[in-house]
Design a protein around this ligand. Structure first.
Ligand code: PEP
Length: 256
């Protein structure tokens, strides 16, 4: 029996106006606000985050952001700080997503600064790691994941490590409809757990949640979520509609 509570995170990316986001989160709250078996987080775009937070207030669902800047304030046009997110009760932040690594050229070092700043400000980082198709085909998967994980967690103390969530997201499975097989996913998750043991010791590593992300849907979730080291999902497309997101939460609640 695992000590880790399952975690389902909806990454809405650059979708939904504030009004649309409020409608969606009202539907979610109506369906799952009382359930406590699974921790549920929604990460709307910044323009909707405060309005969504107000709907979540008093429910068991939590608020996430899709990015943050490592500096506390200053001349960083277009950016948002940890303090700004905490002031509106944001609990989690998605960092190192492959779309940010690819389109915005975010490096492991910059992602690490964000991880450290988030932890310092009591914002829980969801650190995304994962290989491209070329890297998988070149047998580089574990090496890529190890580099991203170790660099992203550089300087994180044992005490704070349990506040970190890792998301394994094979880049070739994100938004493509191609899902990693349960064996492929579990192999990488177990490898990540072994790296966490080396970095922080076994007791801490057993508490860190490792999510799978990449075309997770209600149909494939039950098998993925029953794997020993898969502690939940980071969901893109299937989080944009309440029916499929609620079904994923139910799949996580049923997965023991
Ligand atoms: C993601 O972007 O984190 C993701 C997993 O997207 P999707 O579920 O659409 O593949």
């Amino acid at each position: 029996m695992t000590i880790r509570k399952k975690l389902i995170v909806g990454n809405w990316k650059m979708n939904k106006t504030s009004a649309d986001a409020v409608t969606l989160v009202q539907e979610l709250v109506a369906e799952v606000c009382k359930q406590t078996d699974v921790e549920v987080v929604v990460a709307p775009p910044f323009t909707a985050i405060e309005a969504v937070g107000k709907v979540l207030d008093g429910s068991s669902l939590k608020l996430g952001a899709q990015n943050v800047h490592p500096e506390a304030s200053g001349a960083y046009t277009g950016e948002i700080s940890v303090g700004m997110l905490r002031a509106i009760f944001t609990n989690y932040v998605i960092l190192g997503h492959s779309e940010r690594r690819t389109y915005f050229k975010e490096t492991d070092a910059f992602i690490n600064q964000k991880v450290l700043a988030s932890l310092k400000g009591q914002l829980k980082p969801i650190l995304c790691v994962g290989e491209t198709l070329a890297e998988r085909e070149g047998n580089q998967t574990l090496k890529v994941v190890q580099t991203q994980l170790e660099a992203g967690l550089e300087g994180v103390s044992k005490d704070l490590a349990t506040s970190v969530v890792i998301a394994y997201e094979p880049v070739w499975a994100i938004g493509t409809g191609k899902v990693a097989t349960t064996e492929q996913a579990q192999e990488v998750h177990a490898f990540i757990r072994s790296l966490l043991v080396k970095l922080f010791g076994d007791a801490v590593a057993q508490k860190v949640r490792i999510l799978y992300g990449g075309s997770m849907k209600p149909a494939n979730a039950p098998e993925l979520l029953t794997q020993k080291d898969i502690d939940g999902g980071l969901i893109g497309g299937a989080s944009l509609e309440s029916r499929s997101f609620v079904d994923l939460i139910k799949a996580a609640a049923a997965a023991k």
